[in-house]
Ligand binder design. Sequence first.
Ligand SMILES: *[C@@H]1O[C@H](CO)[C@@H](O)[C@H](O)[C@H]1NC(C)=O
Ligand SMILES: *[C@@H]1O[C@H](CO)[C@@H](O)[C@H](O)[C@H]1NC(C)=O
Ligand SMILES: *[C@@H]1O[C@H](CO)[C@@H](O)[C@H](O)[C@H]1NC(C)=O
Ligand SMILES: *[C@@H]1O[C@H](CO)[C@@H](O)[C@H](O)[C@H]1NC(C)=O
Ligand SMILES: *[C@@H]1O[C@H](CO)[C@@H](O)[C@H](O)[C@H]1NC(C)=O
Ligand SMILES: *[C@@H]1O[C@H](CO)[C@@H](O)[C@H](O)[C@H]1NC(C)=O
Ligand SMILES: *[C@@H]1O[C@H](CO)[C@@H](O)[C@H](O)[C@H]1NC(C)=O
Ligand SMILES: *[C@@H]1O[C@H](CO)[C@@H](O)[C@H](O)[C@H]1NC(C)=O
Length: 864
Amino acid sequence: MHSNSGLVVFYVQLCIVFSIIHAQPGPGQKIFLSCGDQKGGNDADGRKWEPDAKYLVNSDKTVETKAETKDSSLPSDIPYMTARIFNAETSYKFSVNGSSRIFLRLHFYPSSYPNVNISNSYFSVNAGGVTLLNNFSAATTAMALSQAYIIKEYALAPSNKNDLSLTFKPSDKYSGTFAFLNGIEVIETPEMFDDNIEMVGVSGEDSGVMVSATTASMETMYRLNVGGQFVPPTNDSAGLMRSWYDDSAYIFGASSGVTNKANTTIKDSGLTGVLAPLDVYNTARSMGPDPNINKNYNLTWVFEVDANFTYLVRLHFCDYLYQKVNQRVFTIYINNQTAADTLDIIALAGGMDQPVKKDYVVNVNGKQDNKEIWVALHPNVNVKPEFYDAALNGLEIFKLGDAKSNLAGPNPEISDLMLKQMELNNKKFAPEKSYIGAIVGGAAGGAAAFGIAAAIIFIVNKRNKKQHGDSVSWLPLYGHSHTSATTVSGKSNGSTNISSDAAANCRFFSLAEILQATKNFDESHVIGVGGFGKVYRGVIDGDTKVAIKRSNPSSEQGVNEFQTEIEMLSKLRHRHLVSLIGFCEEGNEMALVYDYMGKGTLREHLYNKNKVTLTWKQRLEICIGAARGLHYLHTGAKYTIIHRDVKTTNILLDDKWVAKVSDFGLSKTGPNMNQSHVSTVVKGSFGYLDPEYFRRQQLTEKSDVYSFGVVLFEVLCARPALNPSLPKEQVSLADYAMHCQRKGTLDEIIDPQLKGKVNPECIKKFAELAEKCLADHGTDRPSMGDVLWNLESVLQLESDPTSVNHSPAPSGSIEYDNAEQINQAKLMAMHRNTLSLGSDHDENEQSEDKPDEIFSQIVNQKGR
Ligand SMILES: *[C@@H]1O[C@H](CO)[C@@H](O)[C@H](O)[C@H]1NC(C)=O
Ligand SMILES: *[C@@H]1O[C@H](CO)[C@@H](O)[C@H](O)[C@H]1NC(C)=O
Ligand SMILES: *[C@@H]1O[C@H](CO)[C@@H](O)[C@H](O)[C@H]1NC(C)=O
Ligand SMILES: *[C@@H]1O[C@H](CO)[C@@H](O)[C@H](O)[C@H]1NC(C)=O
Ligand SMILES: *[C@@H]1O[C@H](CO)[C@@H](O)[C@H](O)[C@H]1NC(C)=O
Ligand SMILES: *[C@@H]1O[C@H](CO)[C@@H](O)[C@H](O)[C@H]1NC(C)=O
Ligand SMILES: *[C@@H]1O[C@H](CO)[C@@H](O)[C@H](O)[C@H]1NC(C)=O
Ligand SMILES: *[C@@H]1O[C@H](CO)[C@@H](O)[C@H](O)[C@H]1NC(C)=O
């Protein structure tokens, strides 16, 4: 039906080599192939992978090879450390049950391999007549998503043929190009899709159009365990080896509802396991307990997809809270169109604890540059349900093949910032072999695609250490406080290069406006001083209060950081991040204009005697807000961003006490090439610094989690992270609180203002969470998503102690007590190292917070 030249070639080859086909179809056949591997073996989950050679129709134009470097994020050596390289069109052939749908997973590890340059690999992949990939560059994709490896999953429609051919073809658009592959999974599954699926957003003549999915081949774009934790392949049901990811990175806006877990037993109807494991159905995200709040917001997820394709959106539901019809009824919007006006899970499923799924089809037609799928839930108040609430347990998005049986989209784009970074790194590593880890440097992407599970190790950092000692690195190595900040010798020769993209997101201010706003930078308007320069309070547009950061005209680093901050911040919009309104660049003056935070810093409300004491609930809400902002930085933004300076003075509060994370944008773009070395600069603030970062100089988002743990203790104990006036063992809050927590004497150091006013169970949970954040090893710390989840459950417990049973995140969920769990935690956290963002602090600020003796004391803690 879809003949093309590739298939013709294939049929010819088939006649010649039919005898080498070994695999016989069996019920629910599963094949796991480690490509280019002569022995095969077990992966970390104990799954057995066999060599791929016997499935090859012809291996003449292929090479078996081994990766030269091993990324620390690889879940196991098999299948990633070996690869097959295809220098000409080559097919695999599998005997399959022609009546079965087939899950096909392709694993790519674009590392360095002998005698090839992985950046030159562009190829297409075709499976049984369906184009899966075209002009695919695994290196570009990995770089753009900042993943070390890529897993592509397809669900191929039953073909009615007894064999499946999988063809790799190097692109003919480039010379000297090749295809490569590390692993293949072929899994036969029962049909899990239906005919007659409603199309959302069509009106007029086309309305009522139904789409049949039983004949459609698909690519899995997203698969989420909504309100729950990562479910690894080995925990999936029906042996389908799917991965189910945490949904929190995809939540849009500040209102993310609440998560909860069933305390009842989910009923397992025959097909349940095929659709999703029970672990997906027994957790959910709902809107929250307050009907008035729920009436006023949509619980929304946003997903990036390829334009000009049709998508199947599958929603999984299971109501384990309510028993009756009309207790909870809600509307589902997909891409701002009503998909279901009145969805009542109980009615749909036929009862409590019954899993059910609902599918919709939506066309993303690329008009107005739309490349997103929005899924939003809102209580339907018109039908007067008993509770104004909505809930979702799981969500999958599949891309449907188009009329030409094509599923291939373009390679994801690498951002300007990342290109800049690559350029710097390439120059630096020019004499060496290109290696993706080095190319990627530290720039990292967001949680953008299916199969996110990767980390990029600090190759750059390590190499630099080997080659040049400590002196050269675009990464700020750990240093001492008296070296000066990065010096950029490339002076501003006129105007900076703000990208049009960033400029479009930002307002441009004239110098006159800035001068007027700050009364000519009047000293009485100064509200802070940072590495960049002074921060002024100001008023624009008559009555809008703003904070204006003025670049210190004598600061050489200004230009670069100014640009980077605009580039980064203009892309970061989140309720819990301080937002950039615009910038001014005129003459020698550069200034950034931010929202003004009426209530100042969290710190001044914790132990500044002049201010009202925050209630426990307020404190929890502030922590939740800040956690949400950080979680967004880690997983939700286009780039993963490690804040690196999480502390109570960087958590600001607006007039309504909404917490906003600030000071997250001064990214390091590395030393200028004219410069022989970059001075090392202290990053972060003492008292909050991750000890693992000291030891290994590897920065991960878990360093932020550590600092946030210190913030949590600070909130609980209302004392500074460092207090040099106390006896030695109490100076560092992190150490002292951990000591007390272990001895069970934490009560003694808790803020007296809280004593007796707070549910002790809440304090206990809160302290346990803070303790986990302070775990010595990053891998043992929860992800920011877990932290958020646990804080929400503490708040829920505080607000409504009777809801304990439904409260989210059993505390065990963040206890990682064996290697496998740690590995999964790593996956869950999408462990990535990143472009080092964070602010340099000027000498003043450092010495204010951290006197020298404290510094050395902390530094000497190394071995703790
Ligand atoms: C082939 O797949 C169909 C549908 O999944 C199934 O009913 C049938 O039993 C399978 N046949 C064999 C020989 O396994
Ligand atoms: C996976 O399943 C095992 C065995 O049932 C269980 O102990 C483990 O907690 C599960 N892991 C996750 C992440 O759900
Ligand atoms: C589950 O929680 C509900 C509400 O808190 C409670 O009424 C019910 O008894 C619990 N069920 C079980 C099996 O614990
Ligand atoms: C849905 O509406 C929001 C604003 O209401 C808009 O930002 C978004 O782009 C819309 N989404 C789609 C897919 O049209
Ligand atoms: C929820 O989303 C729908 C569809 O985009 C929109 O019409 C509606 O105004 C939204 N409601 C709220 C409260 O944001
Ligand atoms: C999608 O299709 C439209 C109209 O055919 C075209 O203008 C647009 O460039 C396409 N977008 C992509 C990303 O291919
Ligand atoms: C192939 O992909 C690369 C990288 O994404 C892109 O620059 C190039 O234009 C594409 N080539 C074709 C022929 O589509
Ligand atoms: C690999 O190819 C890329 C793109 O063609 C090129 O920039 C890079 O220098 C090459 N690396 C090596 C080591 O040849």
